[in-house]
Design a protein around this ligand. Structure first.
Ligand code: 13P
Length: 353
């Protein structure tokens, strides 16, 4: 047997530099990489038109929020979005770079029902990925994202589903590194269900072990990835909703048992948590453990940053300034959570500031 060795040694400095820039200081990532279907789903209850132009307008005001780059290091785009421009013709990628942020791109094509695995999904998108990554890199992207999802019930996730998704994530990661794009490796244990905190911890731990096993097997340079996991949480239907510190302890202990110290950063997804709760939980992790951790703990939120702002905007030009303020507010709150200095005071102060 030959020992797997990271293959991208010649490229690893560039990858490390990009990963380091993505988690530098107290900034985090902003995900605006919803597929058209998901973006339309978010627009529908607010009666926002589900059109290309409405999605473009939405992303434009998000990206041009004054001060966004003070709290956000990188922005994840979707295929439609990376090809779009601001009203004045400036490509979105150029606007991101000019603002001092890094552009990234979601490259999976979605989680599809998995054959022979009822209730489970496998993320697709490996076919033709090498060419797509090369095109995105030419367009100015420096990192990519791929999301695998694991449902949690009494009978799932199955070993087959965990292994297949971990394998796909590892193959995606190797292709990204070949193209000099930092892979953001997302493995999400979903929050739906009545399960408790311990069950989520056990399943997340198992899934992350399988993931890193595959990453090593596929010769991925661990120093040149970011991990995007779920926080360890009780299910939404669980009668016992654990406290913030309990969630912080369970999440950090799970990561310490699974994520190699070579990985530079962990950027959490928000997964449908209320915005303030996501900030509180990230803050508790950094406040309690930051000095003792080998990797940075940061954020790569979509809903937990966008939701309050989207609810203000509602597709109305007259609401854009207020919506931008709300977006920046959530970005700043999460920036404080990265430092471990988020508090009710920050929650009110940064809204006024
Ligand atoms: P949420 O923060 O809404 O869970 O989205 C995470 C994500 O994968 C977006 O890139």
């Amino acid at each position: 047997m030959t020992v797997p060795e990271p293959h991208a040694t010649g490229n690893s400095h560039a990858l490390r530099d990009t990963a380091a820039a993505m988690i530098a200081g107290d900034k985090g990532l902003l995900a605006i990489d919803e597929s058209n279907a998901t973006c339309n789903k978010r627009f529908a209850p607010l009666a926002i038109p589900q059109t290309v132009e409405a999605r473009r307008t939405y992303r434009e005001w998000i990206l041009t929020t004054p001060g966004l780059a003070d709290a956000i290091s990188g922005v994840i785009l979707y295929d439609e979005t990376i090809r779009q421009q601001k009203g004045d013709g400036t490509p979105f990628v150029r606007a991101i770079i000019d603002a001092g942020m890094i552009a990234g791109i979601k490259v999976d094509i979605g989680a599809k029902e998995m054959a022979a695995h009822p209730g489970e999904r496998i993320t697709e998108g490996l076919d033709g990925l090498r060419d797509r990554l090369a095109e995105y890199a030419r367009m100015g992207a420096r990192f990519a994202k791929w999301r695998a999802v694991l449902a949690l019930t009494d009978v799932v996730p199955s070993r087959g589903c965990i292994e297949a998704n971990a394998h796909a994530l590892a193959r995606y990661s190797a292709l990204c590194q070949e193209a000099l794009l930092v892979p953001v490796v997302e493995m999400e244990v979903l929050m739906n269900g009545p399960h408790g905190l311990d069950k989520c911890r056990a399943v997340t731990e198992h899934a992350l072990h399988a993931l890193f096993d595959q990453l090593v097997m596929q010769r991925v340079v661990l120093e040149g990835i970011l991990l995007k996991p779920n926080m360890v949480l009780p299910g939404l239907g669980c009668a016992v909703q654990s406290g913030v510190d309990e969630v912080a302890d369970a999440t950090v202990h799970c990561l310490l048992r699974t994520v190699p110290a070579a990985v530079p950063g962990v950027v959490f997804l928000s997964g449908g948590q209320a915005s303030e709760l996501a900030s509180k939980r990230l803050n508790a992790m950094n406040g309690r453990f930051k000095a003792r951790l080998p990797w940075a703990l940061s954020f790569s939120f979509a809903r937990a940053i966008q939701e309050p702002a989207l609810a203000i905007w509602r597709g109305e030009p007259a609401n854009v300034l207020r919506a931008q303020k709300a977006l920046l507010h959530r970005a700043r709150c999460n920036q404080a959570a990265r430092r471990g200095t988020y508090s009710p005071l920050v929650e009110t102060a940064s809204l006024q500031g």
